[in-house]
Every structure is written in structure tokens, then in C-alpha cells.
Design a protein around this ligand. Structure first.
Ligand code: SF4
Ligand code: SF4
Length: 223
């Protein structure tokens, strides 16, 4: 339901781990572009299919229960928000930490370092929830709109987008987290959020075609 209503707006504005990556990326060091690493964005769909759906369904215990493979073996949030603070204040938990904790700590440290160097690597490449919401971006009611009459093709929106999206070409891109940076960057106010049906998610060319059709229809009716 949230996917249909909001799409990846959830990644942009609701997910605490997305926020943490945003903060980490503010650390003043050299930054690297992810534009040439686009194929890596497909990894998150494999994680969704394998670790969230297939493995828990196919590998089950005597009671027919599968492990939550993603949460147990990949997701670094549990370590950051659970294991680390709990073990810091509870000696029993500290003594119980084993190989799984060490592995998850390695994952967490890797994600932290990558987040400093790249913008939101976990959201782009690994997160299965991001992949799930990405699938809804094309149909979600909340989306982006570009006014083709105002757009002067300056390219500033694509340049400012840290998710490597050109909103004029793919306003409903699976990678768009609805952060709104392209809206602020556009010198002609051509980009805006839109909520609802209709022109949502169309490219500049598609919008122009739709508008031409509507105008022709109205002219015919007037005649
Ligand atoms: S920044 Fe605005 S005017 Fe420039 S290409 Fe993007 S939508 Fe068009
Ligand atoms: S800058 Fe625009 S196109 Fe890029 S992620 Fe943010 S809202 Fe989406």
C-alpha cells in the first residue's frame, strides 16, 4: 500500500538508514560517482528474490519455518541499532556475540565506508526494500512531473541528481527517491512533485504528445 501511495519517497524521507547514509556522505572526503556503476543497481533485486523470498521459503526447519536470511546475514541495521547498543550495556549479550556478529560488523563497516565515498550505496545496490519500492515507482501516485513548456534542456536536474536519474527522460525511474533536489536545481521551475493519476511519470515528449492530443480534441469539439 505504501509502495502504491508513495513509491521510493519512503527511501528518500522515511528510512532511517537512508538518512544515516546521507549524513555519512557529508563527511568531507573525496567523493566518487556511481554513474558508471549502474549495473550494480540490479543486485538489490537479486537480494530481494533470493534472501527475502526464495531462501526463507525453500530452506525451512522441522517446524516449516525459514530464517529471515536478509535480516540475519546481510542487513547491517540490526547490528547498528540492536547488537551494538545492547552489547554495550549488557555483559551477557557481549559474551554471547559470535561469528555472525563479526560478519555483520564487517558488513556494517563496509557500508559505512562506502557511504562516505559514494552516495547511498546501500539504497542503490543492496536494499531489498528499496528494490521492492522501486518496482512501485512506475505506478505510485506520488511522482515527478516535468513541464515541457518550461524546460530549456539545460541538464541541471540530471547533473544534481545523486541517484543518477535524468528526470526529463525517466521521471518515474526506479532509482528516483523523490528527494526533490532536481526541483530546487531547475532554473525555470519545470520540475515538480505530482500526486495522483494523469500526466504522472510521463517524459517531456510523452507529456507533449498527450497535450497535443487534448488540444486537437478540444479544437474539434469547438468546431
Ligand atoms: S533543470 Fe529544468 S530546465 Fe534544465 S533540463 Fe532539467 S527540467 Fe529542463
Ligand atoms: S534529484 Fe530528482 S530525479 Fe533525482 S532522485 Fe531526487 S527527485 Fe528523483
Amino acid at each position: 500500500m505504501l509502495g502504491v501511495l508513495l513509491g521510493r519517497f519512503i527511501c528518500g524521507f522515511l528510512c532511517p538508514f537512508g538518512w544515516l547514509q546521507d549524513l555519512l556522505h557529508k563527511v568531507p572526503t573525496k567523493k566518487f560517482s556511481t554513474k558508471k556503476l549502474k549495473p550494480l543497481t540490479y543486485i538489490k533485486y537479486a537480494v530481494l528474490l533470493l534472501a527475502v523470498v526464495l531462501l526463507p521459503v525453500l530452506i525451512v526447519n522441522d517446524l516449516g519455518m525459514g530464517d529471515p536470511y536478509f535480516c540475519k546475514y546481510i542487513c547491517p541495521q540490526g547490528v547498528l541499532e540492536g547488537a551494538l547498543p545492547l552489547s554495550a550495556v549488557n555483559e551477557g549479550i557481549r559474551l554471547a556475540l559470535g561469528k555472525l556478529f563479526s560478519w555483520k560488523l564487517v558488513v556494517l563497516i563496509s557500508v559505512v565506508v562506502l557511504s562516505v565515498l559514494f552516495y547511498r550505496p546501500f539504497c542503490k545496490w543492496i536494499c531489498p526494500l528499496g528494490a521492492f519500492y522501486a518496482l512501485f515507482n512506475k505506478v505510485s501516485l506520488f511522482g515527478m512531473k516535468v513541464d515541457e513548456h518550461k524546460c530549456v534542456s539545460c541538464g541541471k536536474c540530471a547533473k544534481v541528481c545523486k541517484m543518477d536519474v535524468d528526470v526529463t527522460k525517466t521521471p518515474n525511474s526506479t532509482e528516483c527517491i523523490r528527494c526533490g533536489k532536481c526541483i530546487s536545481a531547475c532554473p525555470t521551475d519545470a520540475v515538480s512533485f505530482q500526486y495522483g493519476f494523469g500526466m504522472l511519470g510521463k517524459t517531456v515528449d510523452e507529456n507533449a504528445k498527450i497535450e497535443n492530443k487534448t488540444n486537437k480534441k478540444e479544437t474539434k469539439e469547438e468546431l
